[in-house]
Design a protein around this ligand. Structure first.
Ligand code: SAM
Ligand code: FES
Length: 349
């Protein structure tokens, strides 16, 4: 029952959440449909049927970290690398602006070549050119001072998935120099500075259980982020997790619904990874409660070099082609493509 699910995701303790997640994992068609409908209804008062479009610019494939699951990790000697200059980033954004985008997401590996001064120059340059746009950064763990500098330069939002809220699980996914405590601290710092903040995790990552997922829900309930990014873990052939099975979209869809019920105002993307494991994954994600998509605006020449996981979609098309195809599909699934800034319901000015 949807009301019972809502009660557990909003008030339940860890065992209750784990039991709910275990049950939802095995739900039959009728129960799944009821859950998706409840999630759809929960979003409606705040966002209606609107789906917010964000222009994603993957500006560097260099990363100093070595997350065990990630195709662009530092230790992957087979990865091909690129960096976009400030001018190239602004040119991508200008193209996106002409296509209608009013949010740009600058994402990259943790690449020290982009000093704070360079990031600030890129952000403020973007805001000077397009004052009516929101800028989202997704560039990993930094100090409070660095985050504050980017914010003062004009950055509005920051995406930093926590990856897992369970320490032992975090250790299975990351080398010893990375810590969950620091990642969480970064999220609290970002929130304190004033960013709209996004956390999130991969679904069916190695070592994930109903209990670790229950901890993810508890952490998100406490953090109250403005955005939550979840998508299936997809193995990359140059990582230690190569050869693990690629999950279907099913469990991600159920978790999207439960997140929507827990945080009805949250901005929830139907991710590229979801579209990768299922050709209709993003439409299904929207029906299950998601309300954001992030089409790729990166230059086509570099797209294949930002391979976080195998078989990533939309690495061939020009931004305009990709966009037309996606917005047509979203409209025919019964949603309203929205190119506005798409701020969180509590942060609309
Ligand atoms: N470096 C920044 C950071 O750490 O937040 C942003 C880029 S990072 C590559 C973006 C996200 O990609 C990660 O948070 C992770 O959840 C996701 N990712 C990496 N490898 C993946 C994989 N094999 N399958 C699915 N998602 C993956
Ligand atoms: Fe780059 Fe994880 S490999 S942040």
């Amino acid at each position: 029952h949807a009301a019972e699910c809502t009660d557990i995701v909003r008030h339940g303790d860890k065992p209750a959440l784990a039991a709910l997640i275990a049950k939802a994992r095995l739900a039959g068609e009728t129960e799944r449909a009821a859950l998706f409908n409840a999630a759809d209804a929960a979003r409606r008062p705040y966002y209606g049927k609107n789906v917010y479009f964000r222009g994603l610019i993957e500006f560097t494939s260099y990363c100093k970290n070595d997350c065990y699951y990630c195709g662009i990790r530092a230790g992957n000697r087979n990865a091909r690398h690129y960096r976009l200059t400030a001018e190239e980033i602004w040119a991508c954004a200008a193209k996106g602006y002409a296509l209608g985008f009013r949010t740009f997401v600058l994402q990259g590996g943790e690449d020290p070549w982009y000093t704070d001064a360079r990031i600030c120059e890129i952000v403020s340059g973007l805001k000077e050119r397009h004052a009516d746009c929101a800028v989202t950064l997704s560039i990993g763990e930094k100090s409070f001072e660095s985050y504050k500098r980017y914010y003062d330069a004009g950055a509005d939002r920051f995406l930093l998935r926590h990856e897992t809220a369970n320490d032992a699980h975090y250790r299975l996914l990351h080398p010893p120099e990375l810590s969950l405590a620091h990642r969480k601290q970064c999220l609290y710092d970002l929130r304190a500075i004033g960013y709209q903040v996004g956390a999130g995790f991969m679904v069916e990552s190695p070592g994930q259980t109903d209990e670790t997922l229950a901890e993810d829900f508890l952490f998100l309930r406490e953090l109250q982020p403005h955005m939550v990014g979840i998508g299936p873990f997809v193995p990359h052939h140059d990582t230690r997790y190569a050869g693990l099975p690629t999950p279907t979209a099913d469990f991600t869809l159920v978790l999207l619904s439960l997140l929507r019920l827990m945080l009805p105002k949250v901005l929830l993307p139907a991710t590229t990874a979801l579209g990768t494991v299922d050709p209709l994954g993003r439409e299904k994600g929207l029906r299950a409660g998601a309300n954001v998509v992030m089409p790729n605006l990166s230059p086509v020449t570099h797209r294949k070099d930002y391979m976080l996981y195998d078989n990533k979609i939309c690495t061939g098309e020009e931004a305009a082609e990709c966009l037309q195809c996606l917005s047509r599909r979203i409209a025919s699934a019964g949603f309203i493509p929205d190119f506005g800034r798409g701020d969180h319901a509590d942060r609309v000015e």
